[in-house]
Design a protein around this ligand. Sequence first.
Ligand code: NAG
Ligand code: NAG
Ligand code: NAG
Length: 488
Amino acid sequence: MIRPKILLLCLTFFSAFQSSVAASAAEWRERSVYQVMTDRFARPDGSITSPCSTNDRVYCGGSWRGLIDKLSYISGMGFTAIWISPIVEQIGGNTGEGEAYHGYWSKNIYALNPKFGTEQDLKDLIAAVHALKMYIMVDVVVNHYANQGEKIVYSDFVPFNDSRYFHPKCDIDWGNQTSIEICWMGNGYLSLPDLNTEDQTVVDTLERYMASLVINYKIDGLRLDASRNIRKPFWTKLCLAAGVYCQGEVWVRDPEIICPYQEYMDGLHNYPIKEAATSAFTSSAGNMSDLVSLASQMQSRCRDITLFGTFMENHDNPRLGSFTTDIARLKNLAALNILADGVPVVYYGQEQALTGSNDPANREALWLTGFATTNNLVPTFTSLNRFRNRVVRTSPPFLTTLAKYTLLSSSVITVRKGKVVLVLTNSGNGVVTNMVVDGFSRDLDLVEVLSCSESRADGTGRLPVVLKGEPMALYPKSLLVGSGICGL
Ligand SMILES: *[C@@H]1O[C@H](CO)[C@@H](O)[C@H](O)[C@H]1NC(C)=O
Ligand SMILES: *[C@@H]1O[C@H](CO)[C@@H](O)[C@H](O)[C@H]1NC(C)=O
Ligand SMILES: *[C@@H]1O[C@H](CO)[C@@H](O)[C@H](O)[C@H]1NC(C)=O
């Protein structure tokens, strides 16, 4: 472990001459991330009608150029970072499992995926992202390559073109961590040959590769695919070589399994909160008390929950809209997504309340929505991001203050983080609930930033509220003066 003081000195030293590149964990903590599947976000021809049948699992024509043209849609919602699909060359053709449109089937990590564009396109994209003062996070797959058919053609892989760089084939037993690390994902038809990340040549090559990738493209952060499939200490050195914030994927709900990974990387996707929040908020029978309890377990068990990625949807899980189409419930999940502990991560299309269920249905072409900005949850995410960005700028301790979750009833909780107080409910659109929220300074004037309604706590710091299924995000009015938020 690097001692914090020395680390701080190093960071100051590096940031002095690295300017906007190589963002640190603390800088990422301020950000709000929009996750894009490059093939499904925007086409370079600007089409909003080009069909994309998710079931076919083939390339639909989204690209880095298409993304450049639609960056204002993302920045307009107040997002300050973009996570893109893996960028490297993939296995070609249509396998029994479809094409590699998602980017998780590497063949040559030294070449780019030509379906997404050229090297110049990628550099232009990242320059355009930086010009908007946003960060770029690139998804990287280092656990495995991909191979179609029973025979593994190692000589096709670059640079690991020999079986000696890979673990011998075996099927993963998901109840056995050693097996998760050394065996292979995939099936007989489409297997994912597992790199031998205990081998020093492999490790050295990957570290050199990651360092040069980050510098060459001015990448600000990495998303580490399949982190649980590689021994933990591997990640410390890989992220140190990359020199940027790393957010890993460990797809489990158990804090006891996920938290230890944070000793080896900056943060992880907050799967435990995602799963508890999804079941708590997508029906009025959802268990709010389970969410409250999980939030406190994550805070006490993990090293620093504020560096985790807080998400409610991603490319691997059914969209929230497949569980409920009640817009008020989706807004409650949006409020928690943006204003809970951690770095908010919103999956493209979540703002349009898309309804795709399991992969591949959850990978819709966003262009078919026409990039509308007044519909569904776009105004909600815009208000939430704008508010969070203001709080981050004017009251940065918000970021490192842990949220306190309190159960008010079986269907209502408060989430109090710094001076932000969320009142959230799973009761559904229009259901009227009377509650009293306490703990404010007496006679405090408050603004609810989603509806812009104003209220005042009483002489004992209590505030009666009438919920109608929608979330509330309460903040002291005096702190919003001059922000432009709610006309203040
Ligand atoms: C692997 O690639 C290296 C470097 O290009 C080459 O020298 C070597 O012959 C290749 N090995 C195999 C097994 O294809
Ligand atoms: C776990 O998996 C490893 C690798 O396949 C195997 O050697 C070991 O015997 C397994 N352990 C148990 C308890 O099954
Ligand atoms: C709700 O979650 C709590 C905490 O995890 C648990 O004790 C309780 O049994 C759950 N209630 C139901 C109805 O499942």
